[in-house]
Write a protein that binds this ligand. Structure first.
Ligand code: GLU
Ligand code: ZN
Length: 319
């Protein structure tokens, strides 16, 4: 059995999706994730999440590394210099996801679902809050994993059978959270037959096998957490600690997105902006200082307290 969880104390990860340039919002979340790992004395792992083939841009993975380095963040393991838990690019880890899926099939934790393409396509992307779909009505839940061969050429996806009852976790930022995944989305997709795994399964396999101890990410991923906890349990693993941190919003009050071109890190870099100024602004936005003096990420390792961050989403005001 190659799928062994080996949790490493303090290990954290930065997991960009190479679908476009990183922006100031990513910078803040990655700074928090980096500080949390450094503060806990664990390794920082950089992982490229490139499974969503329809959205991935080939040059974006290298660009993410350049952006993160420009920001002053470093990592101990990643696609550029390897490490003991590689490969660090999801598209190179297919065999591991397949093995995990095989285990879920053998244990009848998943069933083949032939529902609409729109449903199926959502499996590949990390479902940020605004893309949450309606609860799956269970149309295919009567099938067992063993029914898949009988579907012949019919396209289908693998859906995880969500057990009844609430799932709780102690979020390092949000505190105690309790969600009933059967009501929030219901049985969820973990992969498409013949095409590949979805975000939920891949991220759980990676975090478990890479020994990630704490997952620090944007609070738009809160709805994914109970699903991921269920996958950890189904695969016999212990979930890491989670911290869901407030998002950065644009001047229009909406989550920062590609449309906010001016605050892409690449744009700032090209304009010759000092990244230490951005770090200073981010530190100020987190309440660690009242001045926006230039600083570097390591200046704030002692200041970080994930439990105490300004509750309101930060409206970007930089440069
Ligand atoms: N790669 C994912 C994203 O960009 C992050 C997933 C995670 O942090 O779990 O949304
Ligand atoms: Zn179905």
């Amino acid at each position: 059995m190659t799928l062994r969880q080996d949790r490493r104390p303090g290990a954290g990860r930065l997991a960009p999706s190479p679908t476009g340039g990183l922006h100031v919002g990513h910078a803040r979340t990655f700074l928090l994730a980096w500080l949390a790992a450094r503060r806990a004395g664990g390794p920082v792992i950089l992982r490229i999440e490139d499974l969503d083939a329809s959205r991935v841009r080939p040059e974006a993975a290298d660009a993410a590394l350049v952006d993160l380095r420009w920001l002053g963040l470093d990592w101990d393991e990643g696609p550029d210099h390897g490490g003991p838990r590689g490969p660090y690019v999801q598209s190179e880890r297919r065999a591991l996801y397949d093995e995990a899926l095989d285990r879920l099939k053998a244990d009848e934790r998943v069933y083949p679902c032939t529902c609409t393409r729109a449903d199926v396509e959502r499996a590949a992307a990390a479902p940020h809050a605004e893309d949450e779909g309606p609860t799956y009505p269970g149309a295919c839940a009567g099938r067992s994993a063993a029914d898949a061969p009988a579907l012949g050429d019919r396209p289908f996806a693998w859906r995880f059978r969500v057990p009844a009852g609430p799932v709780a976790w102690d979020d390092l930022h949000l505190g105690r959270r309790e969600v009933d995944p059967a009501r929030l989305g219901g049985d969820f997709l973990v992969g498409r037959n013949g095409i590949g795994p979805g975000y939920q399964l891949a991220v759980v396999v990676d975090d478990a096998l890479m020994g990630v101890d704490q997952v620090v990410r944007g609070d738009d991923l809160v709805p994914s957490t109970p699903r991921q906890i269920l996958l950890y349990r189904a695969l016999g693993w212990t979930p890491p600690d989670f911290a869901h941190v407030p998002l950065v919003v644009g001047p229009d009050g909406r989550r920062l997105a590609k449309r906010d071109g001016s605050i892409k890190l690449a744009t700032l870099r090209e304009r010759g902006v000092d990244p230490r100024l951005l770090i200073g602004t981010l530190a100020q936005s987190c309440g660690w200082t009242t001045s926006d003096e230039p600083s570097s990420p390591s200046d704030w390792i002692g200041a970080l307290d994930l439990a105490i961050l300004p509750e309101k989403p930060w409206t970007v005001s930089f440069p």
